[in-house]
Design a protein around this ligand. Structure first.
Ligand code: PLP
Length: 458
């Protein structure tokens, strides 16, 4: 394979010489060389050695309509010719962010009607953090600025995103987080439920940790709670159904804003447009990005509820915040075309009534019994497989996450891209997957598990 006259080896060498990758051990990468993906079509990606790999991660949780969509390329081309860029500062606007904001307000849960654009999920969470603190300041309560988040949460990788997130290794490298953010337990029953505690009870207890944190700080000092409806990068941790309604009740009781980070769950992954609808809650802010354009362009949209928006508008005064690429016309044109595809092909409904339930059943019936598997779980088209050494005691393998990496490498070698975080295998496929694609993925997972079992047990 060559790419513009460069061989694969040359590309890997240049990559190693000049390119610092995200979330990477650079010494390790230089020893191994990177896997270079050169093209993609539908649900498949192709690497530089010509391997066809079924993409079980939709890129990085984002390519929900699959690869090779001419319509999205054409929307970008047309917009670039007409107006490649203009900003939305200084009382200016361009047509596509205007139309996209309207469209998102129509799709969003009740009481959410305003949109602030950025280019990434991290940026949108930075906006959300500043906006809720600004809100309370405008309301005359500047001291009500503490944010409650959760251990192991992922809210992006900027300083604000890392501070909001609860990933310890990231915090260790931060050299000082944004002040006044605290982290409580996550709603992850497989590891944290007490013996004999039902899922329902566990969900209520995990929500109570938020109430405890509010009371400890004093409600007059707490601005908001932020959470991913289903924790993504932290290992597809699906809360019991009792959790979110109780979190909402607690937030309302103490007049604490509810911020949802739907960067992964937004735009159909859970079988609704937003997971807020799946869990029946009405948040004050919803952070979205990733699948908004199916990853074809970098774009984020912070959806802002009426309560915050009306204060912002009524009290006036400039909100000193925004990005050069806020409301980028090309990215917004692509997002509009992407939403057209999702609607036209009924992908949200399909996840809810067909592929989501089929995926859950396939994991349960074909994967869960495997010797290496402690638990399978899924919601819509998000799934996880816990790798354990001992099913009964839930004991893990030595070397935190090593076993899952063995499974992952076998999966990739057998034509299925999935991700390992800690000892958890993660799946987040494009929403275009059919029952046949799910069958194919399951065959490859079983094969990878069998091969890993041989490696791990000898
Ligand atoms: C990916 C992600 C982010 C960060 O988005 P970027 O575009 O990488 O900045 C934030 N929150 C969640 C839940 C995510 O999955």
């Amino acid at each position: 394979m060559t790419y513009q006259n460069y061989s694969l080896k040359q590309l890997q060498q240049i990559d190693a010489s000049h390119h610092l990758h995200p979330f990477t051990d650079h010494r390790e990468l230089r020893e191994a060389g990177s896997r270079i993906i050169t093209r993609a079509e539908g649900p498949y990606i192709y690497d530089s050695e010509g391997h066809e790999i079924l993409d079980g991660m939709a890129g990085l949780w984002c390519v929900n309509v699959g690869y090779g969509r001419d319509e999205l390329a054409e929307a970008a081309y047309k917009q670039m010719k007409e107006l490649p860029y203009y900003n939305s500062f200084f009382k200016c606007s361009t047509p596509t962010p205007v139309l996209l904001a309207k469209r998102l307000a129509e799709l969003a849960p009740k009481g959410v009607n305003q949109v602030f654009f950025g280019s990434s999920g991290s940026e949108a969470n930075d906006t959300a953090l500043r906006l809720v603190r600004h809100y309370w300041a405008l309301e005359g309560k500047p001291e009500k600025n503490r944010i409650i988040s959760r251990k192991n949460a992922y809210h992006g990788s900027t300083v604000a995103g890392t501070s909001l997130g609860g990933m310890e290794p990231m915090h260790k490298q931060l050299g000082g987080a944004v002040p006044n953010i605290v982290h409580v337990m996550m709603p992850y029953s497989y590891e944290l439920a007490l013996p004999g505690e039902s899922d329902h009870e566990f969900g209520l207890r995990a929500a109570k940790a938020i109430e405890d944190a509010i009371l400890e700080a004093g409600p007059e000092n707490v601005a908001a709670f932020i959470g991913e409806p289903i924790m993504g990068a932290g290992g597809v941790k699906i809360p019991p159904m009792s959790y979110w309604p109780e979190v909402q009740r607690i937030c309302r009781k103490y007049d604490v804003l509810l911020m949802l980070d739907e960067v992964i769950t937004g735009y159909g992954r859970t079988g609704e447009w937003f997971a807020a609808q799946s869990f029946g809650i009405e948040p004050d802010t919803i952070t979205t990005a990733k699948a908004l354009t199916s990853g074809y362009q970098p774009l984020s949209a912070l959806l802002v509820g009426d309560r915050i928006a009306s204060t912002l508008i009524e009290k006036g005064g400039e909100f000193y915040h925004g990005y050069t690429y806020s409301g980028h016309p090309v990215a917004c044109a692509v997002a509009l075309a992407n939403l057209d595809i999702i609607e036209r092909e009924g992908l949200v409904e399909r996840v809810k009534t067909d592929t989501g339930p089929y995926f859950a059943q396939a994991l349960r019936e074909r994967i869960a019994d495997h010797r290496l598997v402690g638990e399978v779980r899924s919601f819509g088209l998000m799934g996880a497989i816990e790798i354990v050494k001992d099913k009964a005691t839930r004991e893990r393998f030595e070397g935190d996450g090593r076993a899952a990496v063995v499974v992952r490498d076998h999966a990739i070698a057998n034509g299925l891209m999935l991700r390992a975080t800690g000892d958890t295998m993660i799946l987040s496929p494009p929403l275009i997957w059919t029952r046949d694609t799910i069958d194919l993925a399951c065959e490859r997972i079983v094969k990878a598990l069998d091969l890993a079992e041989k490696d791990l047990f000898g």
